[in-house]
Design a protein around this ligand. Sequence first.
Ligand code: 8YV
Length: 319
Amino acid sequence: MKVFISGNIASVGLEELESNGIAITQWNEDRQITAAELIDACQGQDGLISVGPNKINAKFLNACKHLKVIALHSVGFDQVDVAEAKKLGISIGNTPGVLSGATADTAFLLMLAVSRKAFFLHKKIIKGEWRNYEPTPELGIDLNGKTLGVFGLGKIGLEMAKKCSGAFQMPIIYHNRKRNPEAEKEVNATYVSFKDLLAQSDVISIHTALTDETKGKFSLDVFKQMKAGAIFINTARGGIHNEQDLIRALEEKVIWGAGLDVTNPEPMDRNNRLLQMENVAVLPHIGSATKETRDAMAKLIVGNIMAGLEGKQLPHPIW
Ligand code: 8YV
């Protein structure tokens, strides 16, 4: 059996595929494969491991109907036309659970970095601007006892809530489509309306999927309903906030700061205004990027691929 990999996965996954007799072809260029190149590369293959933001849309699926299985190197599947995959009967699997801790760590890191202006002050040292000890300018804000508002309290949101509640005794409020009784029990989270989430949170952390409902949800109008001292954290998908509106909200001090691991588009332009701002921290989509997590993701991917190639139900199907 043959599998194409559109990027790099942890070597533990490659080794397991090889020991199962799978012939691997890999995209090795230092740029994202284009849609047309991906279609070409998948001809003659039995399976695809999709790494990064490749669009698994109707065009791709119809051009690659022969694929027995597609294993995503992600838990998110907003890039997939699920209805079309279902119609064509192409099995698609993802990597749930194993990246919740690492992604929540990234949200926590960004929250702290923003609260202390860490990235901005680090850049000042590099620019030779650390001259003398100045006690008052560029002060950060304490997180202790501040309210964390989670938008989309699932597995990742719960991990973030646990960290914030343990480290800073932050009360947790959340807004979901459905209530999460487990989180209510584990971190004493209180379910609130979206409006109250905006009005009451000192930090809002986004942990929802990108869907028609959440696309562009955080617009200027929404930022205006947040506290002036609030920090906005997004480690989910860049499409959930409107970037121009976020820039405006920060410039006009509608909110206090923002930490992003996801942007729209990705990669972010190096001249983006957000990268110059004092109360902003941006990372290049590293949510799941730890050795342990990427190894665990690779193992789930192999599980999905092998099951799909054998015509079995995937252990982690998205439909
Ligand atoms: C992936 C992610 O690393 O799981 C997700 O949804 O965003 C990341 O963990 C990224 O999608 C690259 O494949």
